[in-house]
Design a protein around this ligand. Structure first.
Ligand SMILES: NC(=O)c1ccc[n+]([C@@H]2O[C@H](COP(=O)([O-])OP(=O)(O)OC[C@H]3O[C@@H](n4cnc5c(N)ncnc54)[C@H](OP(=O)(O)O)[C@@H]3O)[C@@H](O)[C@H]2O)c1
Length: 273
């Protein structure tokens, strides 16, 4: 019997590449997106479904529909996310809340609806798309970093909570990937990006560098292949890295002291200049 997969934020990038790969490999995939019209496909076994992870009703509707059609959800991929670029002193209450509303509370909301179905089946796999920035901080990305650190925390705790029900929980920490992330999903704070900002020097050094690294990053298909591997391998690790930047920084983060690691990041991103 084909396994049923729900992916959030699946209209582009890593979510879309994963939806296409998993469908090709025989899974029944529900590609959740706020904008189903953007995901134009007539691929068999690929169902595009309206899903806004900030809206409980939208999530409940989607999960009920999948349950009616398939009777189960075997795999949940929490992929939807965006990045706020702002200093801490400039951020608005709304920007701060929205960052966590999507990247963190969205994961909780979808898990809350899907876990009971997995628990009834005594099986399931949950994969959270975090980031290598879920283990490494960078200036101007404090809110995004904190949201992805939180996703790492969710993975660690849920693994214990769901073990007795045979539900595996994993996180994937991508490095930079050349998706639509830099173009569509980096949200900038106006004051931080004002020429008169006391952080202007940092902004002009770091922001274009990050955008360039994302745009020249790895291909989303690599993350999709890792997702497939985790789904199919009962013994998959709790968390895996994918992409050059994650492979470069995560082992270094594990090996070096906080201070030595900070020094390396400062040098690499020229934060002392
Ligand atoms: N690209 C990178 O360098 C990189 C690196 C590390 C981690 N990641 C993570 O990988 C995941 C996928 O990103 P991507 O690189 O594939 O970027 P992408 O091509 O821009 O896709 C992001 C997806 O997230 C959803 N999304 C964005 N803002 C949202 C919001 N306000 N509310 C609900 N959904 C929202 C969108 O879903 P809709 O279909 O609803 O529009 C979109 O399909 C994200 O969690 C991101 O943080 C990306």
């Amino acid at each position: 019997m084909s396994q049923v997969v729900l992916i959030t934020g699946a209209s582009s990038g890593i979510g879309k590449a994963s939806a296409l790969l998993l469908t090709e490999r025989g899974y029944i995939v529900y590609a959740g997106t706020r904008t189903p019209e953007k995901f134009d496909t007539d691929t068999k076994n690929l169902h595009v479904i309206q899903l806004d992870i900030t809206d409980n009703k939208s999530i409940q509707r989607a999960v009920i529909d999948i349950h009616k059609e398939q009777g189960r959800i075997d795999v949940l991929v929490n992929n939807a996310g965006y990045g706020l670029v702002s200093t801490v002193e400039d951020v608005s209450e709304e920007e701060m809340f929205n960052q966590f509303n999507v990247n963190v509370f969205g994961v909780f909301r979808v898990c809350k609806e899907v876990i009971p179905l997995m628990r009834e089946n005594n099986s399931g796999v949950i994969i959270n798309i975090s980031s290598f920035l879920g283990k490494i901080g960078l200036p101007l990305l404090t809110f995004y970093n904190a949201s992805k650190y939180a996703v790492e925390g969710i993975t660690d705790s849920l693994r214990y909570e769901l073990k007795d029900f045979n539900i595996r929980v994993h996180s994937i920490m991508p490095g930079f990937f050349s998706t639509n992330f830099a173009k569509d999903n980096l949200v900038t704070n106006a004051a931080t990006f004002d020429e008169a900002s006391p952080y202007a020097h940092l902004v002009s050094n770091l922001a274009p560098n990050i955008v360039e690294q994302i745009n020249k990053g790895n291909d989303a298909s690599e993350a999709a292949e890792l997702m497939l591997k985790i789904i199919e391998d009962e013994g998959a690790l709790a968390r895996e890295t994918v992409g050059d930047k994650a492979r470069q920084f995560i082992p270094m983060r594990r090996e070096l002291s906080d201070e030595d690691f900070e020094r390396r990041v400062r040098e690499y991103y020229r934060l002392n200049e």
